[in-house]
Ligand binder design. Structure first.
Ligand code: ADP
Length: 476
């Protein structure tokens, strides 16, 4: 058994704002077959504290980054958890990252530094007799783990992995916080964790972790480029030898059209008809001859949905329809609400897990026009549900969809449509191609069958993580 502590700020189904939660929630189960025992260190947010089963306080600290803290071992939703219960940091209502004003909590650097600190402590001192061989951190929230491990004398004995789910979030703090964050001032330089005069938790992790992973091979390559590296492409190039791209899987029990309790279950794509009719009825969309397209997404610049607003008239002109579920940027929310005045467009602003299942089961196609997309999960849900993905040719979207090129159609292997560059014109072209293919039953059936057959589970990727951990554990 390889013992691993996963260090994460979110974990489905307990607390989720995006794909990171899905990955953190699914990996422990997927890794069991690999001989890996993974425990998960999570902040004690109210939603997490409420969900704990069989909680046991394993240790207490009088002062952890400004207040008392307890470390609680527990289970919840089948996960083996270590929870950092520090009310002064985590006992807050609403979003886990944002205050009531919609801005980052000002003490976010301290909140997640504390999580990283405790991870390093557990690795060095053990927790109730248990000790991990590897610390696997996720995103900037776990960025300081290697720094703290070094300060506590654990470097070399305990392996560290940092996974980049999105390099856009750097975890920046003012240089004045060096002391509060318990960081070594000698490492505040461009070869350490300084990023243009500020402290960067992500850079600390990228410079210090033994191994780096990201969530698709294409994104791993993109991270080393000026266009996608978000100012850290030089660091990524420096760490090239230690970086691998491991594609995310999806939870095949949660996303299974044959057993999904949120829908009328189906084995093949013909079974989508009932779900399509139900979705149209639910959303007030009329019957139509073109494809019913869906979007399930955060509404942010990254996701390229402003391009969809521009391309939408072309879809509607072909009697296609759009059903969108999302929330985020106020301007985009408003623009989609306005677009919903058209009879062929239905928009639901909010976060709704069950509706996301009904949309993906009922729609003919799912649109993911992201400007960058480390992996993307919704196109994988689409594949599994026979809902044809129309995606930008970037990151994990490039790795998981087989474009309906003339050759792929002739060979009978296409699973979706990819467009490039990520512009409104190219998306318009892709939607036109979608409508053309939708009107050709033989080609459409073939794509749906291919999509539903494509492996989208964790198997091979769990194997890759297992090999990575074993390599690190063997070194120590
Ligand atoms: P990201 O992590 O950048 O948001 P991903 O595609 O990797 O993008 O993961 C997004 C996850 O969040 C998916 O599981 C998706 O179904 C879910 N999701 C996004 N927005 C919503 C929403 N409004 N309602 C329900 N689920 C959503």
């Amino acid at each position: 058994m390889t013992e691993v502590l996963s260090v994460t700020s979110e974990c489905a189904p307990l607390v989720k704002t995006g794909g990171l939660a899905d990955v953190a929630g699914a990996l422990p189960g997927a890794l069991k077959a690999e001989g890996v025992k993974m425990r998960t260190l999570l902040p004690g947010y109210p939603a997490v504290m409420k969900a704990l089963e069989d909680p046991r306080v394993v240790s207490t600290q009088a002062g952890l980054f400004g207040g008392p803290a307890r470390i609680i071992a527990a289970t919840a939703a089948g996960l083996d958890l270590v929870v950092l219960d520090a009310p002064h940091l985590y006992d807050r209502p609403g979003s886990i990252y944002l205050g009531p004003d919609g801005r980052d909590w000002p003490d976010n650097p301290e909140r997640f530094a504390a999580l990283s600190w405790v991870a390093a402590q557990i690795a060095v001192e053990g927790l109730g007799g248990w000790q991990p061989q590897v610390l696997h951190g996720h995103d900037w929230q776990a960025g300081f783990v290697p720094e703290y491990l070094h300060a506590m004398g654990g470097t070399g004995r305990i392996g560290t992995v940092l996974t980049i789910h999105n390099i856009a979030f750097h975890g920046l703090a003012d240089a004045g916080k060096l002391r509060t964050l318990k960081l070594n001032p000698n490492r505040f330089n461009p070869d350490g964790f300084e990023f243009w005069g500020r402290i960067s938790a992500l850079k600390a992790g990228l410079m210090g972790a033994d191994r780096l992973t990201t969530v698709s091979p294409t994104y791993a390559g993109e991270l080393m480029t000026d266009a996608f590296g978000m100012g850290l492409d030089g660091v990524m190039r420096k760490r090239r030898a230690d970086l691998t791209g491991i594609i995310n899987g999806i939870d095949e029990d949660v996303w299974n059209p044959e057993t999904d309790p949120a829908i009328t279950p189906y084995k093949d794509a013909h079974g989508k008809a009932k779900n399509r009719a139900a979705l149209r009825a639910e959303l007030g969309l009329p019957e139509a001859t073109g494809p019913l397209c869906c979007v399930v997404s955060r509404l942010t610049e990254q996701k390229g949905l402003d391009l969809l607003l521009q391309a939408l008239p072309t879809l509607l002109a072909r009697d296609g329809q759009l059903a969108l579920l999302g929330s985020g940027d106020g301007g985009l929310e408003q623009a989609f609400r306005a677009a919903a005045r058209d009879a062929g467009v239905a928009v639901r602003i909010g976060y709704d897990e069950a509706l996301s299942h009904r949309m993906i089961a009922g729609a003919d196609a799912i649109l993911v026009p992201s400007r960058f997309e480390p992996c993307g999960l919704t196109q994988l849900y689409g594949l599994r549900y026979g809902t044809i993905p129309v995606v930008a040719l970037t990151g994990g979207l490039a790795d998981t969809v087989i474009n309906a090129s003339p050759a792929a159609l002739a060979m009978g292997v296409a699973t979706g449509i990819q467009f490039h560059p990520v512009t409104a014109d190219a998306l318009t072209g892709a939607l036109t191609q979608l409508c053309d293919l939708f009107a050709q039953p033989a080609a459409w059936d073939m794509m749906q069958r291919n999509a539903m057959r494509q492996p989208v589970g964790w198997g091979p990727s769990a194997g890759a993580y297992g090999a990575l951990y074993r390599g690190l554990a063997a070194r120590s």
